[in-house]
Design a protein around this ligand. Structure first.
Ligand SMILES: [Zn+2]
Length: 580
């Protein structure tokens, strides 16, 4: 038996298996039931949304002798129309201007249907009719014989003369929802005894842009791959000619990591698959825009896509440079016979931009290392507000280049009131040195050891000396450890402030627990998220953390320092805490 395309095989025959278009179906069914049938209908909407299929169903339905909610499939007309649909006449206006057909139609409309109640003319792509044909059609529409129904179908209703439009009952077909398409595919798969993953079905539906015909045709191709549940999204991209988002992310990552070899391989693959490289460039631009949006509006995207966007390390400045260059490439591509070569040259050029900058950064670090005594050079990230950490991360790759460096802070400047609220910048400087240093010496085993011991603070809950600190440390965790430094994550800036006001006591307490001399630094959850990103970025780009000597900054508790009781009252108020 010859193979019948799924689209033909599963073309809806009754109202009940039309996909989407519920409202239109309902109105048509009711009009038949109440016998309010017009003589001219206009079905408009995007291609592949079921206009012609529904026109044919309607044509049979008006002729059904015992129509209830749907075709009865039993009456003489229903049976006869299955064999011979001589009274349903299809005219494709796209195949010629239709003048002859419409003239023949005019002559023939007067003839009675051969066996049905109604003779139905379905004129597909009606907007393609010539003016002459429209005029001929109009004459017929002005005085249609009672046994004739016209159904005009079009994707472009704006091209139809008003005189015609005004004589038709109009129905606007919508793109079919992903949900409806998926449920139709599930039905077909069940009939065909095939299986595909839900995410593959969703992807097919989304790739088809609400078009039933494209969806079923793509499903047909996917089934013929015979990979069943092994089918993945990339297979669908190959079949549909679409370029997968994953490939675009791969390209971007190749540019940022200077992976020329992989970049050329991807370009070769895209070219072999016959993909349009302008589409690739446009897709790259869209993703760059989305990364920029993600930087500003963290919750604008969700799910997998958000995750992917967050993994791309590119600063706003480079996004702009890349976009300009890609836009130029798009223009250039219009005037070349060798798009692939141009595509590769431009992408490799972007890689170079990234590369040069990184070299500049490394040079700067080397220069600073050699030109001055490291002990006197602070490596300062300004954290006056939390976002700055992120900005500084971007500075690493900035055009003016380079890391934010600041020269020596003299002992006298910082010795007093180190953790005084009034001296936030000094706290920040010491914090940033410690944050830097704990990352520089970060050690997984050390971290595991201190994390395991951290629970022991609870043994001190009823200890008069330390119980307030146990409460300060409640809901905190150690996130990075080196041999002499611990980074502790606290919830928010309020908790951070309390922590910093009592940092000396907390150190004493922890040293008591671990029987080791640790210095500590606290960060908020938000800071921690950014620091992690920064750490990954630096690792990836081989930018080292340079250990900075904090000896010039003495950890002194400020004048009027907080003692343990104060620490507790900070959080719980005077009356609650009772330390004797
Ligand atoms: Zn019937």
């Amino acid at each position: 038996m010859s193979y019948v395309a799924l689209y033909r095989k599963y073309r809806p025959y009754n109202f009940s298996n039309v996909v989407g278009q519920d409202t239109i179906v309902k109105i048509l069914v009711n009009s038949i039931k109440s016998n309010h049938i017009s003589h001219a209908y206009l079905f408009t909407g995007p291609r592949g949304t079921g206009k012609t299929s529904l026109a044919k169903i309607f044509a049979r339905a008006v002729n059904c002798l015992s129509f209830k909610e749907d075709l009865c499939d039993e009456c003489t007309n229903c049976k006869a129309l299955k064999e011979n649909d001589i009274d349903i006449i299809e005219i494709d206006a796209a195949s010629n201007n239709g003048v002859d057909e419409i003239r023949t139609l005019r002559d023939n409309v007067k003839l009675m249907p051969s066996f049905c109640k109604y003779k139905i003319y379905i004129i597909d792509e009606v907007h393609m009719l010539s003016t002459g044909a429209f005029n001929a059609l109009l004459k017929t529409l002005e005085e249609p014989p009672s046994h004739v129904i016209f159904i005009l179908a079009t994707t472009e209703p704006n091209k139809i003369p008003l005189t015609i439009l005004s004589r038709c009952q109009r129905f606007d077909f919508n793109r079919v929802s992903t949900e409806d398409l998926v449920s139709r595919m599930k039905y077909i798969l069940k009939q065909e005894k095939k299986e595909l993953d839900e995410n593959v079905l969703n992807y097919i539906a989304e790739s088809s842009d609400g078009c039933v015909r494209d969806t079923i045709n793509l499903l047909d191709q996917v089934i013929s791959l015979n990979k069943g549940k092994q089918t993945d999204i990339r297979d669908i991209d190959r079949l549909s000619g679409k370029i997968s988002t994953d490939v675009i992310f791969d390209i971007l990552n190749c540019i940022l990591s200077e992976d020329y070899a992989k970049l050329l391989t991807i370009s070769e693959e895209l070219s072999t698959q016959g993909k349009n490289l302008s589409d690739v460039v446009n897709h790259l631009l869209t993703i760059l825009r989305d990364i920029q949006i993600f930087k500003q509006l963290n919750n604008y995207f969700d799910g997998d896509y958000k995750q992917k966007l967050s993994q791309i390390q590119i600063n706003s400045n480079d996004i702009l440079i890349f976009s300009k260059s890609l836009n130029e490439l798009l223009t250039e591509m219009k005037y070349t016979n060798n798009q692939k070569t141009l595509f590769e040259i431009y992408l490799m050029h972007l890689t170079e931009i990234v590369n040069e900058k990184k070299e500049k950064d490394m040079q700067k670090i080397d220069e600073l290392r050699s030109e001055s005594n490291l002990n006197n050079t602070f490596f300062v990230f300004n954290t006056d507000n939390e976002n700055n950490l992120n900005d500084n991360l971007e500075l690493n790759n900035n055009e003016q280049g380079n890391l934010a460096f600041e020269k020596t802070i003299q002992d006298d400047d910082v010795q007093t009131s180190m953790f005084n609220e009034n001296n936030k910048s000094d706290i920040n400087e010491l914090r940033q040195i410690r944050i830097n240093n704990v990352f520089a010496g970060a050690n997984k085993d050390e971290l595991k050891r201190v994390q395991e011991g951290f629970d022991r603070i609870n043994d001190y809950i009823s200890n008069k000396k330390y119980n307030a600190l146990v409460q300060v440390l409640d809901d905190t965790s150690i996130v990075v450890a080196s041999s002499d430094l611990l980074m502790i994550k606290v919830n928010d800036s309020g908790a951070l402030s309390i922590f910093n006001n009592n940092i000396k006591q907390i150190e004493i307490f922890l040293n008591e627990i671990y029987k080791r001399e640790y210095r500590i630094v606290a960060v908020t959850s938000d800071e921690w998220t950014k620091l992690k990103e920064e750490y990954i970025f630096k690792k990836k780009n081989n930018i080292p953390y340079v250990i900075i000597d904090e000896n010039s900054v003495k950890l002194e508790v400020s004048k009027g320092s907080q003692d343990i009781e104060d620490a507790a009252t900070d959080i719980f108020g005077q009356n609650v805490v009772n330390i004797k």
